[in-house]
Design a protein around this ligand. Structure first.
Ligand code: DQA
Length: 147
């Protein structure tokens, strides 16, 4: 199954960006781990990152057309982008919303996600492991659907 791992605004700077909050794993290392685990799980994982909201919306349309699964860290867009939420609502496969940090233990404005209501599930606060857990869930879900 095709799985898009999509990362939003500022996440290309992982590894140097607020390492006390987001850790030392670089974006490149995150991509490597996701692709590696994907191959192990038999998933066709494609990772992308953008700082442009419209580009992310187009990628979500692509995922909807391909009936793909999506692991999405919407980053700051989580908290206000109705455009992204509407695009997520069009998906035809599972959507796992991932946050590296525990958004519920941070500033008040981070506690609300406009995406969560249209996501299959949400993982927050487990660092970059959250992406890997999301991939494991998608693989298990797929296996259950096939059995
Ligand atoms: C984030 C949390 C958001 O509040 C923040 O704007 C981000 C990253 C996370 O992964 O913890 O950019 O989505």
């Amino acid at each position: 199954m095709k799985v898009f791992v999509l990362n939003g605004v500022n996440l290309g700077r992982l590894g140097t960006r607020q390492i006390d909050v987001y850790g030392v794993t670089t974006y490149a290392a995150l991509v490597e781990s996701c692709v590696e685990l994907g191959a192990e799980l038999g998933l066709d994982v494609e990772c992308r990152q953008t700082d442009i909201e419209g580009e992310m919306v187009r990628w979500l349309h692509e995922a909807a057309d391909e009936r793909a699964a999506v692991v999405l860290n919407p980053a700051a867009w989580t908290h206000y982008s109705i455009a992204l939420r509407d695009a997520c609502a069009m998906l035809n496969g599972p959507l796992v919303e991932v946050h590296i940090s525990n958004v519920h233990a941070r500033e008040e404005f981070r506690r609300h996600s406009v995406i969560s209501a249209v996501a299959t599930g949400v993982i927050a606060g487990l660092g970059v492991d959250g992406y890997l857990l999301a991939l494991r869930h998608i693989a298990a879900r797929l296996a259950a659907a096939e059995s």
